[in-house]
Design a protein around this ligand. Sequence first.
Ligand code: ADP
Ligand code: ADP
Length: 228
Amino acid sequence: MIRFDHVTKRYADGTTAVDDLSFEVNEGELVTLVGPSGCGKTTTMMMVNRLIEPTSGHIHVEGEDISGVDPVRLRRRIGYVIQQVGLFPHRTILDNTATVPALIGWKKSKARARAAELLDLVGLDPSTYGSRYPEQLSGGQRQRVGVARALAADPPVLLMDEPFGAVDPVVREQLQDEFLKMQAAVRKTVLLVTHDIEEAVRLGDRIAVYGQGRIEQYDTPGAVLGSP
Ligand code: ADP
Ligand code: ADP
């Protein structure tokens, strides 16, 4: 579903952020990228939606080499959640969630019905929260809206960069649980970046353990925990 083939990213200042990386993510698989700050996790993820271009190598999404795909069209197939989701302050939660379906031309009624369904899925009752504004929600609730928004146009792929990083530990665990339940229902192909090995183990079907610019181990949580 996602395949990296000898991908290297060297930034203009000479930093090699990702060094000859090859790995595959299967359809419906949730892979966590874990490792210390600066080891290339975010760079890896942002090459999948072409917010960053590789220096060399190839990336395939759904069997297609993405270097030939228009980035805007590519991003319609890829949901993206970051640590501090940017919601539009003057739009309701329902309209925020319906942003992408509306952008890609869904009818307003269909986009809103879909948004309500997704809010429900991430544990926010749309009849209670749909008409509120972002500032009326807690940080954890806003992250849920970010997840709902990323899924609203039903992309096969979801990229998540420290999605639960900005909330306190109790809320984080709750969001992780709900996310796992949701993922069991929707089965997206997910890449999730975290610096927290516990989170990587808890969420990942497989874990990519990063060293500097490289994946040093790529295996199931059990195998990663069992290794010396
Ligand atoms: P991580 O997500 O694991 O923290 P990043 O992918 O953000 O790592 O960064 C990998 C390396 O690339 C780091 O050394 C970082 O400083 C460097 N880097 C990231 N973005 C840029 C950039 N735009 N220009 C130069 N170096 C960068
Ligand atoms: P802004 O420019 O203020 O960030 P956008 O309308 O570009 O607002 O984006 C709002 C959200 O929708 C962002 O999370 C962005 O990643 C996502 N988004 C925007 N355009 C697209 C698109 N064509 N396909 C998928 N997601 C998109």
